[in-house]
Design a protein around this ligand. Structure first.
Ligand SMILES: Nc1nc2c(ncn2[C@@H]2O[C@H](COP(=O)(O)OP(=O)(O)OP(=O)(O)O)[C@@H](O)[C@H]2O)c(=O)[nH]1
Ligand SMILES: [Mg+2]
Length: 434
């Protein structure tokens, strides 16, 4: 099997254009739970991002997942009919299908059958533009592919018009073993290459840590405006687009706050509901920025009715990364588009001091900077220092890293009271009075 083949998520060599969507509504759904239709809207948006149109949809009530088709056989047949009537080329499930279920569905429907995870993998693959992102996506895809190789072989035999007699099955199994070995080898290679790239990233981080600066990470749902906010805060030009998953690589920029203190801010890859674990795993190195940050800025698009779900998703992914207990600033973005004026007071009452900004016209930016200063002062301690006039470099360092609260000229030097970040305290020990 060629490298190219392995990277093709969808088996069908034709470009798919029309898809029939299937959502599953658990029978015990709470009235407050998000309607399945919302999830299907989002799925349709994901599909649009790879130029696939929705030709119809259905949501099915279901109390227990069924092993063969995930849903009952009768319903499955009905969906096949509906999809055929809608002239769909693919059936797309919002919920994950096991490799066996996917195979069963394809045999039943004679269409390509994929799930949300595969679509997300596909979008990530299209967006990856740096070496590291490409490797990470390739690893996630190969891992996804491995248990699904049998399906590929079924396809192949069907394409050749063979129904899979005894001899055929033997040949298929042999081929399957060869394919599996190839994919395993590929996974191993990718891991090795990623380790190498990771080492370089680690070196860069160590270099950064030599200048001890506080750092924070911007996280949130895809398309919330994380990169826009980073650009506005730091005057940088990180790629922004009205697309899901525009950012796959973290960018770190330095922000100088109004009190002259510096803060490193990292942009991260966007989150989405039902983000495949494979991707979270593959992107762990990239998401380390969030894991290692002193605190987190969560950006939420204020205009989406699914704010709460987006927030929950972000918390879940952070939990998966082990970063959910970090201090967090909640920032609602895109207030320039806000129509419901009651929303801001409502959100203020509901949440712990959220902020409201627009990364387009800069509203709320000053409050955000003030909050960042407050947030950082939590990591500081107040010291009284005596600094001889001859040690100008120490004063320069104080200006760079600390907040100077009081300063007085004495005979021997300057007496300074400053808020000092904990990681600088050691360097000032010989000048510390109290
Ligand atoms: N009107 C308005 N549009 C905004 C604002 N912030 C961002 N946008 C737009 O929203 C879209 C997404 O912005 P990005 O900054 O790329 O969002 P992101 O969160 O980095 O997205 P991913 O990297 O895909 O996760 C772009 O079209 C932006 O121009 C805002 O405050 N107001
Ligand atoms: Mg971005």
């Amino acid at each position: 099997m060629s490298e190219k083949n392995l990277q093709t998520v969808r088996e069908d060599p034709r470009k798919l254009q029309r898809a029939f969507l299937v959502g599953i509504e658990p029978a015990d759904r709470d009235r407050n739970d998000e309607p399945v239709d919302h999830m299907l809207d989002e799925l349709a948006e994901l599909l649009q991002n790879i130029d696939i149109k929705e030709t119809g949809r259905i949501s099915i009530k279901q109390s227990r997942p069924q092993p063969r088709y995930l849903i009952g056989t009768g319903k499955a047949r009905e969906i096949c009919r509906l999809a055929a009537d809608a002239e769909a080329e693919a059936i797309v499930f919002d919920d994950p299908l096991s490799p066996a279920q996917q195979r069963n569905w394809e045999q039943l429907s004679n269409l390509t059958v994929i799930d949300r995870q595969e679509i997300i993998l596909d979008i990530f693959a299209q967006r990856a533009s740096t070496k590291e992102a490409e490797l990470q996506v390739a690893l996630a895809r190969a891992t996804y592919e491995l248990p699904r190789l049998k399906r590929r072989w079924t396809h192949l035999s069907r394409q050749r018009g063979m129904k899979g007699g005894m001899g055929m099955r033997g040949e298929g199994e042999q081929q399957l073993e060869i394919d599996a070995r190839l994919v395993q080898q590929r996974i191993k290679n990718l891991r090795k290459q990623l380790k190498e790239v990771g080492r370089k990233r680690e070196e860069q981080r160590k270099k950064r840590l030599k200048r001890p600066l506080p750092n924070c990470a911007i996280v949130g749902y895809t398309n919330a405006g994380k990169s826009s906010l980073l650009n506005l805060l730091t005057g940088s030009e990180v790629f922004i687009e009205d697309k899901l998953f525009a950012t796959l690589d973290p960018t770190t920029r330095c922000l100088e706050l109004p009190n002259r203190q510096k803060l490193l801010i990292s942009d991260t890859v966007g989150f989405i509901r039902k983000l495949p674990h494979l991707l979270v795993d593959a992107f762990k190195a990239t998401l380390e920025e969030a894991i290692l940050a002193d605190f987190i800025i969560e950006v939420i698009d204020i205009n989406t009715p699914y704010r709460e779900q987006h927030h929950q998703t972000t918390l879940e992914v952070l939990k998966e990364l082990g970063a959910h207990q970090k201090r967090m600033i909640t920032v609602f973005n895109k207030i320039d588009l806000l129509e419901d004026e009651h929303l801001i007071p409502r959100l203020r009452r509901k949440l712990d001091s959220p902020l409201f900004v627009s990364a387009v016209d800069g509203q709320g930016l000053e409050e955000l900077k003030q909050r960042l200063i407050e947030e950082m002062s939590e990591d500081m301690t107040s010291l009284k220092l005596h600094i001889p006039y001859s040690r100008y470099e120490i004063m320069a360092m104080l200006h760079r890293h600390c907040e100077i609260n009081r300063q007085e000229a004495l005979d021997q030097g300057l007496e300074v009271v400053a808020s000092v970040p904990f990681d600088v305290v050691d360097k000032l020990r010989e000048f510390t009075v109290e």
